[in-house]
Design a protein around this ligand. Structure first.
Ligand SMILES: [Fe+2]
Ligand SMILES: [Fe+2]
Length: 263
């Protein structure tokens, strides 16, 4: 009997991460998807979708808005499931599609997330009376994070993304390969990969300081709003870094190998 139970259990074993993984499909209604996971709201905006889409399925909506439905599905599923990452599928997209999405994400961070965080931090600290030492610590840590983050984004936009776009263009124009190699003699994606800092880990440290060392008289509601904002940003940053490191950098390494073959 025991042996029979063992055989039955073994034959139906499914790893726990697969059991828990919920994947959206093209025929899912986008409204139902948002009801399931509202943190996808800024993600669908970056992919070119605004609210007000009625009962349309993802496929119908993407067709209507001329959005690549496969890319849309991959991005929302990567964002929704931490354990889901179809590297093979994502590697099929062109670097231009991936960079366009990453640039829209940067724009959202710099244009909305950071100003909103600053507003909440200002409001929060002005309400924290009798906590000057802790206030100073939070302010200092946030300013440092902000400065590093802006430098990080600028470096990618000014140096890394133009290099990748030029590399992918040069692949198709063999005559330009020598010029490309001369222009970027001192730059490789491996060098960038080594330096690519973990901004989500720094965001985690900031949250930790706020959670552990808040002055006793802090405003509960503003404190909670600020932390909710930071948690959402940390999740977004994690996914952003996953796409940069696992997809973009992997693709670029493949392209660099092709260029080097001709050196
Ligand atoms: Fe980035
Ligand atoms: Fe980055």
């Amino acid at each position: 009997m025991l042996l029979l139970m063992y055989v039955l259990l073994k034959s139906v074993y499914i790893p726990p991460n697969i059991i828990l993984m919920e994947l959206f499909i093209e025929t899912s209604s986008l409204a139902a998807v948002i009801h399931k996971d509202y943190t996808l709201l800024p993600v669908i905006n970056r992919l070119g979708v605004k609210l007000g889409f009625g009962d349309l399925t993802i496929k119908e909506l993407c067709d209507k808005e001329c959005i690549d439905v496969t890319f849309f599905m991959e991005i929302i599923n990567v964002f929704h499931n931490e354990s889901y990452f179809s590297k093979k599928k994502l590697l099929d997209f062109s670097v231009n599609v991936v960079i366009d999405y990453l640039l829209k994400t940067h724009k959202y961070y710099l244009g909305y997330v950071l100003p909103e965080q600053e507003r909440l931090i200002d409001l929060f600290l002005t309400k924290c009376i009798n906590g000057s030492k802790e206030n100073e610590l939070i302010r200092k840590f946030y300013n440092k994070f902000r400065e590093e983050f802006v430098n990080h984004v600028q470096f990618e936009e000014v140096k890394v993304f133009p290099y990748i776009i030029k590399l992918s263009e040069t692949i198709h124009i063999p005559l330009q390969r020598n010029d490309f190699i001369d222009q970027y003699r001192n730059f490789t994606i491996k060098g960038f990969e080594k330096e690519h800092g973990n901004m989500d880990e720094k965001m985690f440290d900031l949250k930790n300081i706020i959670i552990k060392y808040l002055p006793p008289n802090y405003d509960l509601n503003i404190g909670n709003s600020l932390l909710t904002n930071l948690f959402m940003f940390e999740k977004d940053l994690k996914n952003h870094a996953r796409i940069e490191e696992k997809i973009l950098i992997s693709k670029v390494k493949q392209l660099e190998k092709v260029i080097k073959k001709d050196e």
